[in-house]
Design a protein around this ligand. Structure first.
Ligand SMILES: [Zn+2]
Length: 361
């Protein structure tokens, strides 16, 4: 197994060299879409990062398990049975040296005005592409718990959404006056796609701040519970989208703890287990306080800290796995070319299937 992992890593290295890694711009910030911030972080090199630098990258994973439970109401009885059969066996064999893509999304709109925005139509097409290429969406927590369950021949993929934007999710009232996800939102589109393709899964982690999230109808409580009841996960993105690089211990505790406490209070005790680092920036000295601590009498614990760029994440069984620097891959948006984005990696995976974490039998 060790030899396989080494060979795979060597192969990845060679491929990166071949595709022109000299540009080195693997890691970008999610500086709330500011170009200055993106440029400021452009010279961080992927190989430095995979050594010891703690910048960039961030991962989130979902499991398909919720789809057979919380989301049963969205699919027919027969389809639900098929999914249950798929997920009940423990005899799964995976290419455990393979990598898993954690996709990072920010904004959604009708039109892709910038590189941080995915149009609703293109997001639907992304789901279709992934489904047709045998990807299945799992939860970040199932990745973190190494509890991955996808059909034979399929590869898990994880969706993450930063900043709580309206295009990701907002509630509207339907004709009966019930609160439902706006069909013109990422959640609405994922629900539609899941109804059409229940075996794709319905998962995603939403990294929120306390300032404002998912503007629209409904209370904050209703918004969070809507997501949780359908199997989505809530993650921590700090109270005010802080840059951790110069933050004190007290500031870190407040920024992290207040999100954890708010979500717990609004959702009958939901425990956040991961944090997406704003701008992909961690604290050199006090990282342990981002991972776990206590604020206003309540403990918080983040099993994973997610970065902003720029490569697929290791297998959950990999010796290379560093949960406090989990890499993510940016979704594509707009006309501007973004290095090492989702389709860049999907193409590499297609050409080199052994790079993929995949269920073999
Ligand atoms: Zn952010």
């Amino acid at each position: 197994m060790k030899k396989n992992i080494m060979l795979t890593l060597l192969a990845v290295y060679v491929i990166l060299i071949c595709v022109g890694c000299e540009s080195g711009n693997l890691f970008v910030s999610d500086e709330r879409y500011s170009n200055e911030e993106v440029d400021a972080n452009m010279d961080i090199d992927i190989f430095e990062e995979s050594g010891e630098k703690e910048f960039a990258s961030g991962d989130v994973f979902f499991s398909g398990e919720e789809m057979a439970t919380d989301n049963e109401n969205l699919i027919s009885g027969d389809e639900a049975n098929v999914i249950n059969e798929e997920t009940n066996t423990e005899e799964y064999v995976y290419n455990e040296s393979g990598k898993i893509i954690i996709v990072m999304f920010h904004k959604f709109a009708q039109v892709e005005n910038d590189e941080w925005t995915r149009s609703y139509d293109n997001f639907y097409n992304d789901l279709k592409y992934l489904y047709e290429h045998n990807y299945r969406v799992i939860s970040l927590n199932d990745y973190l718990d190494n509890n991955i369950k996808v059909p034979v021949g399929c590869t898990p993929i994880i969706f993450t959404f930063d900043d709580g934007t309206k295009g990701q999710f907002n509630l509207i009232k339907n004709e009966q006056g019930e609160l439902v996800a706006n069909p013109m939102s990422a959640v609405g589109i994922m629900e539609k796609f899941y109804a059409e393709h229940p075996d794709f899964g319905l998962n995603g982690t939403f990294f929120i701040n306390t300032t404002s999230f998912f503007p629209g109808e409904g209370t904050d409580e209703e918004k969070l519970n809507y997501l949780i009841e359908r199997g989505f996960e809530i993650g921590n993105h700090t109270s005010t989208h802080i840059n951790f690089s110069k933050a004190s211990i007290e500031t870190i505790k407040k920024e992290v703890g207040s999100v954890a406490n708010l979500v717990k209070k609004l959702t009958n005790g939901y425990e956040i287990t991961s944090l997406a680092l704003p701008y992909g920036v961690s604290s050199k000295e006090y990282k342990s306080y981002i991972a776990s601590g206590e604020y206003e009498g309540e403990k918080y614990e983040n099993k994973a800290l997610l970065l902003v760029g720029a490569e697929p994440a290791p297998s959950p069984t990999s010796e290379k796995l560093n949960l406090l620097s989990l890499p993510r891959v940016r979704a594509r948006g707009g006309e501007k070319e973004v290095a090492y984005d989702l389709y860049y990696w999907l193409e590499i995976m297609e050409k080199n299937p052994n790079l993929k974490y995949e269920r073999k039998s």
